[in-house]
Design a protein around this ligand. Structure first.
Ligand SMILES: [Zn+2]
Length: 185
């Protein structure tokens, strides 16, 4: 397969998982090569050289990145473990939005420090922000799919009061919960 540099660079900038394993990028300024999903800062376009295989990048004189481990089969680097952990944390919060970071970490079998790092690297969120995001997502679902009163929705999605629910919702969504309900009615 011939690589299209425009498509590759875009996938790299987006850290697009669909392209993981489809190409590798060598960074000319550092002589290191990465997977498209590498958490490192996206290199400048003119410093990138794209390869179809990890072997081709190595043959061209690039060394494998220690963060995304392009020389390992996909799924075997710590980057993948981090992203699985972030996804599991998110799913756990969807089932039980009352979990705090300690309880969450315990259920996932990691330290809270490790969990914080995974969430920051993978999602750019603190555990509190993730919990808030999942609570708002659950509230939005109820607002659009049910006729439950706002107070019920606030408590069901883990907020301690309607006032708190309104405030957080407005902060995250930029509008009041009642506006979402009106828009979906
Ligand atoms: Zn990398």
């Amino acid at each position: 397969m011939k690589l299209d540099a425009d498509i590759c660079y875009r996938a790299l900038a987006d850290k697009d998982r669909r392209f993981d394993g489809k190409f590798f990028v060598g960074v000319k300024s550092t002589h290191i090569f990465c997977r498209p999903i590498c958490p490192a800062r996206t290199p400048r376009r003119d410093r990138c050289e794209f390869f179809a295989t990890a072997q081709a990048a190595a043959n061209a004189g690039f060394r494998p990145c220690l963060r995304c481990r392009p020389e390992l089969a996909p799924g075997n680097s710590s980057v993948d473990a981090m992203s699985r952990l972030a996804a599991r944390a998110s799913a756990l919060l969807d089932r039980n939005c009352g979990l705090d970071v300690e309880a969450l970490a315990q259920r996932l079998g990691v330290t809270s420090r490790h969990l914080r790092r995974a969430l920051r690297d993978e999602l750019g969120l603190t555990p509190t922000q993730l919990r808030q995001q999942r609570r708002i997502a659950s509230a939005k679902r109820m607002l659009t799919e049910t006729q439950l009163p706002l107070t019920r929705i606030a408590f069901a999605s883990g907020f301690s009061s309607l006032r708190r629910f309104n405030a957080v919702f407005r902060e995250v969504e930029g509008r009041a919960p009642s506006a979402i309900r009106r828009a979906s009615a």
